[in-house]
Design a protein around this ligand. Structure first.
Ligand code: ADP
Length: 389
């Protein structure tokens, strides 16, 4: 190896330059590191500010479910202090009031598998604040640079909202119930008068009274539909589950609707499934009601000579039933609302706007989902899922 004395001047200058280059690189990386640190601090401060200003309580947990940080809303809602909260295991919070079996299931099983969960309702008695209904949303965040997993848990107190909804349902239900009896007896008496049982009527009197009766029938029909809807909503009607051959139920419903379809020369058919379906546990009367409603709507909104096709497919853990038509379709801006109570596209429809709302309640009571896809002037497809269990 050459000593410094042996090296030529050129060689020494070359080495010096190399060293200077390395030094510059080191300085550059140090500056980059500084910037990265500032950026990271900025991102942290940004995230902290978002969390702090959120109106709903938020918890940031580490992978072991220990609380890393939270916001003011959490402290005020749950009446706890930062000292009692940060660094503690979520289940240990406030005398273990957060040790809720459903929350454990969500955080320990569902979250690691799916990385998020949305709109999970948890009903629980919290010693400090009483009985509450909470809506939980969570996201699992993976910080790649430091290999750390964090959980962002948003908690919305929906107790008051649910109470108002319940009160609203009760008021409407009482109102419809109290209207029903006077309506039925008025219809009965009017029908007797029209038929001449209370004495002779002039032709004009009979004509006018018939118009009144027909209008009264419409109100009565609406009140009955509403009463039924509110009975589903208030859970007065509960599904009675029994093993059902869904394919044969679908076939029966198609048979029952054939006449209506023929009146408009609509081809009503079942897309033959290529697999056999095992029995599923549902309330047959309720599910038939959903299928009939979808078929009724499809026929009603399809022009003469069109097609209505029912499909059934195996979706793994669930069965999917669809009713497809070549009808008028539903404009995009109306589509998200067709399952809302009293919603009628175009307003002029003669229906109550409750059929799809009832269908949705029934499907949800069965743990399934219902949705619609549509292209105006081409047609619509209404589908729902049922758990196979
Ligand atoms: P209604 O008793 O008025 O039929 P629904 O709740 O069954 O009430 O339907 C809500 C609205 O959705 C209807 O008024 C109708 O405009 C629209 N709709 C439902 N099904 C279809 C369909 N297959 N094609 C087009 N529009 C539909």
């Amino acid at each position: 190896m050459k000593t410094d004395q042996d090296k030529s001047r050129e060689e020494l200058i070359g080495e010096l330059k190399e060293l200077q280059g390395l030094l510059k690189d080191a300085e550059a990386s140090e500056t980059a590191l500084k910037f990265a640190k500032i950026e990271a601090q900025g991102a942290h401060a940004y995230a902290d500010n978002i969390i702090a200003t959120m109106r709903e309580p938020l918890l940031v947990l580490d992978a072991d479910l220990k609380i890393l940080s939270t916001n003011r809303s959490f402290y005020t809602t749950f009446k706890v202090t930062p000292e009692e909260t940060v660094g503690k295991y979520v289940y240990d919070l406030g005398n273990r009031q957060w040790d809720i079996p459903r929350l454990r299931l969500l955080l320990e099983s569902i979250l690691p598998e799916k990385a998020h969960f949305d709109d999970f309702e948890v009903e629980h008695y919290f010693p400090a604040i009483g009985h509450k209904i909470m809506m939980l949303n969570a996201r699992q965040i993976y910080q790649e640079e430091i290999g750390r997993r964090m959980i962002l848990l948003a908690i919305e107190d929906i107790t008051e909202l649910r109470k108002l909804e319940r009160e609203k349902r009760n008021i409407f239900s009482m109102f419809a119930h109290d209207m029903k009896n006077p309506l039925v007896s008025s219809e009965g008496f009017l029908a007797r008068i029209i038929s001449g049982k209370a004495g002779a009527l002039t032709e004009k009197q009979q004509k006018y009274l018939s118009i009144i009766l027909s209008e009264l029938n419409k109100v009565s029909h609406l009140v009955s539909a509403f009463l039924e809807f509110s009975r589903f909503e208030t859970r007065e009607y509960k599904p009675v589950f029994a093993s059902v051959d869904i394919l044969s139920e679908i076939k029966k419903n198609i048979e029952a609707e054939k006449m209506e379809a023929e009146k408009k020369q609509i081809t009503l058919s079942l897309e033959s499934p290529d697999t056999a379906f095992s029995l599923i546990k549902v309330d047959a009367a309720m599910i038939n009601r959903v299928i009939r409603n979808l078929l009724d709507n499809a026929i009603k909104h399809t022009d003469c000579g069109g097609f209505v096709t029912v499909g059934i497919t195996d979706g793994g853990s669930e069965l999917l039933v669809s009713v497809k038509d070549t009808g008028t379709g539903i404009p995009e801006d109306h589509l998200p609302y067709v399952f809302d109570a009293f919603y009628r596209v175009g307003g002029g429809s003669k229906g109550s706007g409750l059929g799809l709302a009832i269908a949705r309640t029934i499907v949800e009571l069965h743990g399934g989902k219902i949705w619609a896809e549509s292209t105006p002037s081409e047609g619509s497809t209404f589908s729902f899922s049922l758990l196979k269990q």
